[in-house]
Design a protein around this ligand. Structure first.
Ligand code: HEM
Length: 222
């Protein structure tokens, strides 16, 4: 067991945890986006989807606990790696262009990650809390209406849109970084992975941001 924990605490072990948890979150976001896109089907479809998920609550709870562990590991190890990186490079001496680039990348990934964390806290407080612990609308199973009303607030919606741009940036770098950790940095495959990562990041950023944009500017119904 000691050797296992030691391995996880090594620099490679930490990067490996970041990559594995990152890939899990990449999958979660695909499912979450598909789920959210049912909002475009109107109140009946979205409310039915939420109610169906409610009918398998124990399973959803298990998935949420796994998700929580994955998020916590990703955030804790990400912060740890950023801190070690910062400690190792006090920026007092000249560094070459490529290490400078990777430094900028790891720093901006930490900054975008931190803002996404703040987004997540606000997001869960608004949606997960209301959907699970009640609100005048969600108690009546008017989940769609609750979502539409929430995004009528321009400040809230603009915060989401900005957070989704940063999420796209974070995912674009995170995607290729995870595959690099798994050793897929062969030139031929890596340019494919890079393109795939960019396409994935764009779909996620545009897909999620489209929801506040739709409710703020295009949704007229009540
Ligand atoms: C416009 C974009 C988004 C909308 C409309 C949205 C909507 C929702 C809703 C309605 C819930 C509550 C589901 C329930 O408890 O039944 C939820 C939960 C959650 N959301 Fe989002 N979400 C969005 C973006 C995101 C993003 C970008 C992330 C991650 C970075 C995220 C992470 C989560 C997590 C972790 C949960 C709790 C687990 C779950 O219930 O699935 N969401 N979201």
């Amino acid at each position: 067991m000691g050797w296992f924990l030691e391995g996880l605490n090594s620099s490679v072990g930490k990067k490996f945890i970041m990559a594995v948890t990152g890939i899990c979150l990449i999958f979660f976001l695909v499912i979450h986006l598909i789920n959210n896109l049912t909002l475009y089907g109107g109140p009946d479809l979205f409310d039915t989807v939420v109610l169906n998920l409610d009918s398998i609550k124990p399973l959803v709870r298990v998935a949420e606990v796994i998700l929580l562990v994955v998020f916590v590991l990703h955030i804790v190890y990400g912060t740890y790696l950023w801190y070690e990186n910062k400690k190792a490079r006090p920026v007092k001496y000249k560094i070459n262009a490529s290490s400078k680039n990777s430094d900028i990348y790891s720093r901006t990934t930490f900054v975008t990650g931190s803002i996404i964390f703040i987004f997540l806290v606000i997001h869960l407080r608004t949606f997960w809390f209301a959907f699970n612990f009640g609100n005048p609308l969600t108690d009546l199973h008017h989940y769609f209406q609750f979502t539409a009303d929430t995004f009528q607030n321009p400040i809230y919606s603009f915060f989401y849109i900005i957070a989704m741009v940063l999420l796209g940036y974070h995912l674009n770098h995170g995607f290729q970084s995870a595959f690099q950790t798994f050793g897929w940095n062969n030139k031929k495959y890596f340019s494919f992975i890079q393109k795939l990562g960019t396409i994935y990041a764009l779909i996620m950023a545009i897909g999620f941001a489209s929801i506040p944009i739709y409710f703020l500017f295009f949704y007229g119904g009540n």
